[in-house]
Design a protein around this ligand. Structure first.
Ligand SMILES: [Zn+2]
Length: 406
């Protein structure tokens, strides 16, 4: 005999409760300040359940009560808002020339934002992991000192990263098969919060879709403008992850088969022409190759200064780079039909000179009227988008129901 009905098991209750806690939390995130009655009316949960869930979320210090609001009908209601203050999530971004750390509290307020120069290519993976962990430890200590609990730490790396945090390859760091998550986790002393590693562009596009000028866009592409160029893609409202988590490697499409060598071993890749070291080599040939790459901001400032003063060689180089970048953007636009392509990293200060040739290429190459409707803009997040995205993924897990333990 097959028993069709089985009483609900304790695990089922726990699952349903966690799901409902997350439903209430997300509703308050989107609609605060709001009352218990509004939550019940909008979510379909009954009032007693909502009261119990809200009590639980207040005890976990995820929600707090504010003053009373007089309703036109009925008794005054106590309003609820997110209480982000007791928790923070940390994101760390690894680049070939600098590290960034960002911490964000649960209500979306930035707690810290630091930038450190870093010689990525000159460091062994172990040395790099030590530097990353040292920055992570300092960020954790700062968060703890403010009486907040760390919910998790995510590291963004410019390379292919497996779901379990192994950097399969990062050409601009010279890494292959580096288990960065394990190394950082150990260096932090098995800290008791989740440590994750992901591709920098995949994280940066999440930050852009949460905090950028086109937040909420269902079809958004973010291009990292660092030594390498990667695309983070939101398609039809979902982050594009691909079969193995390696989509968006637009930096390695061939622009010129006879072009300069790329760190990946091929020639004429987009990033070998339009990556920031390639731009600096074109505009400032006198500084090219003088030692290890550490924080290219001073060189980028000099490129901007020469472009502003209408230096003909600088303007010609930026026009060529913009055209190459426009070819890459056109391929993405024809494949993915984005609403907007956001240029990030070092492309932001160079945007006044890069955007016109990028847009010209897009008009020439995009099938469909009006460049297919895609806009190209500079990010308002500037550097650190991947670090911000790393912190945001931790907060997304809370919204999805992985609540901090009491
Ligand atoms: Zn390449």
């Amino acid at each position: 005999m097959i028993t069709m009905q089985r009483g609900p098991q304790p695990a089922d209750f726990a699952d349903v409760r966690a799901t409902n806690l997350a439903v209430v939390l997300r509703y308050v995130r989107g609609n605060a300040p709001c009352s218990r009655a509004e939550i019940a009316a909008s979510t379909g949960l009954n009032k007693a359940t909502v009261s119990s869930l809200v009590a639980d979320l207040i005890e976990r210090r995820l929600l707090r009560e504010t003053g009373l609001t007089e309703h036109r009908i009925g008794r005054p209601a106590t309003m609820l808002v997110l209480d982000g203050s007791p928790y923070a999530a940390i994101g760390i971004e690894v680049n070939a020339d600098y590290l960034t750390a960002v911490a964000i509290d649960l209500a979306g307020q930035q707690v810290l934002s630091w930038r450190r120069s870093f010689a990525g290519l000159a460091s062994s993976p172990a040395q790099a992991a030590t530097a990353i962990a040292a920055l992570g430890r300092r960020a954790v200590n700062r968060v703890l000192k403010e009486d907040r609990r760390v919910l998790g730490l995510t590291v963004g790396v410019p390379g292919l990263v497996s779901p379990d945090g192994v950097v399969i390859m990062a050409p601009n760091l010279g890494w292959r098969d580096v288990n960065l998550r394990d190394i950082v986790n150990r260096a932090l002393g098995e800290p008791g919060f989740p440590v994750a590693v992901d591709n920098d562009a995949n994280l940066a596009v999440l930050a852009e879709s949460r905090y950028g000028a086109f937040a909420g866009s269902q079809n958004l592409i973010y291009l990292t403008g660092e030594v390498g160029i990667g695309a983070g893609i939101i398609s039809d409202g979902h982050p594009l992850r691909g079969h193995r988590g390696f989509p968006g490697e637009i930096g390695h499409i061939t622009i010129d088969p006879q072009g300069p060598p790329c760190a990946c071993g091929r020639r004429g890749c987009l990033e070998a022409i339009a990556g920031i070291t390639a731009i600096i080599a074109r505009v400032l040939p006198e500084v090219a190759g003088d030692g290890d790459i550490t924080d290219l901001q001073p060189e980028v400032d000099e490129v901007v200064r020469r472009a502003r003063s209408s230096d003909p060689a600088a303007l010609r180089a930026l026009e060529d780079v913009g055209r190459a970048l426009g070819q890459g953007v056109s391929i993405l636009a024809n494949l993915l039909d984005p609403e907007v392509v956001v240029l990030g990293g070092y492309f932001v200060p160079l945007a006044p000179w890069l955007l016109p040739p990028v847009e010209a290429e897009l008009r020439a190459r995009r099938i469909g009227p009006d460049s297919g409707g895609a806009q190209v803009v500079a990010s308002i997040l500037d550097h650190g988008a991947a670090a911000t995205g790393g912190a945001a993924t931790v907060l997304d897990h809370v919204d999805a129901g992985r609540l901090p333990r009491l």
